[in-house]
Design a protein around this ligand. Structure first.
Ligand code: 8YV
Length: 330
């Protein structure tokens, strides 16, 4: 009987989870629906580590109810669902999964922006519903992507990978807003110009939101910001739902304040604001930007590497590769 127990909070690739079995007693949640908070707390009793996704909430209440917990390892890059300071205060190491999903997520962000600008979902629905009777000159005419101005809100790894696609492949002008400026050589390689947020919103044809969700970015884009955008502009959100005020966005889309939106993330997901569901000019996907098989496997493998290392096993024992609060490791 192994002395260290870990809990896998969502069904993940079994062969990847098997990497933990030589070292730990592994318990899993195999149901498709995520556990409720009381169920998660109950499942974590006696566990030293937990493998989570971007959905499970790790807060002070849970930590106090699970005093044996020493490691929280998420397969997501975003960690707004984990109270990192509360973990640090209790000596719990937190790891996330940066890097491995950058290109796949950028592919999807770019694809969603293109689908939104070129009205792909809307026109497919029209065809499938048997409404295509004649070809028309202005049928589903949208905005151009090539040569347009691409706005990136949040110029981290994924933002830069999207900028690279726009600048290098589509001859787009790239403008961005970020707390910090990129180094001049990186800006030059992406053809990117930093702008204050209101200026960015006024300038862009296609805005892609990739900023982390924090108290500071909650509803960063609301009615007042959307009003600054061109009526022909599109907005794509692959960050977190709470960065955009979904109700205000739905109103703006209905009123034609902007042309269209592509959303992979929603406030309160998997529930989606009903006003968004009713709109023809919203392309809606269920939080799948990182969902390629190789990337989801890489994310899960990195979380397992971290879990092994955080609990003193494997080649990186004691040095989890992507710890967010390495100071707790001493
Ligand atoms: C994930 C994500 O699909 O990594 C993130 O932050 O939002 C997505 O890539 C999801 O959260 C995985 O758990």
């Amino acid at each position: 009987m192994r002395s260290t127990t870990v809990f896998i909070a969502r069904p993940v690739f079994p062969d990847i989870i098997d990497r933990l079995r030589p070292h730990f007693d592994v318990r899993t949640h195999d149901g498709e629906a995520p556990l409720s908070q009381p169920e998660l707390i109950a499942a974590l009793q006696g566990c030293a580590g937990v493998f989570i996704t971007g959905s499970e909430k790790i807060d002070a209440t849970l930590l106090d109810a699970c005093p044996r917990l020493k490691a929280v390892c998420t397969m997501a890059v975003g960690y707004n669902n984990v109270d990192v300071p509360a973990c640090t205060a209790r000596g719990v190491v937190v790891t996330n999964a940066p890097g491995v999903l950058t290109e796949t997520t950028a592919d999807f962000g770019f694809a969603l922006m293109m689908a939104t600008a070129r009205r792909i979902s809307e026109s497919e629905r029209f065809l499938r519903e048997g409404k295509w009777k004649h070809w028309g000159v202005d049928m589903f005419a949208g905005g151009d992507v090539h040569g347009a101005t691409l706005g990136i809100l949040g110029m981290g790894r994924i933002g830069q990978a999207i900028a690279k696609r726009g600048h290098g492949g589509f001859d787009m002008k790239v403008a961005y807003h970020n707390r910090s400026h990129l180094a001049p050589d990186v800006e030059a390689s992406l053809g990117a110009t930093w702008m204050a947020l209101p200026d960015l919103l006024r300038a862009v044809d296609h805005l892609v939101i990739v900023t982390p969700y924090t108290p500071e970015t909650h509803h960063l884009i609301g009615a007042g910001q959307i009003e600054l955008m061109k009526p022909t502009a599109t907005l794509t959100n692959i960050a977190r739902g709470g960065v955009v005020d979904d109700a205000a966005l739905a109103e703006a889309l209905a009123a034609g304040t902007i042309a269209a939106a592509g959303l992979d993330v929603f406030e309160g997901e998997p529930t989606v604001h009903p006003a968004l569901l009713a709109l023809r000019n919203a392309v809606l996907t269920p939080h799948i930007a990182s969902a390629s098989v190789p990337t989801r496997r890489a994310m899960a493998n990195l979380a397992v590497d971290n879990l092994l290392a955080a609990l003193g096993a494997g080649p990186d024992a004691g040095r989890p590769p992507t710890a967010l609060n390495p100071e707790v490791l001493g």
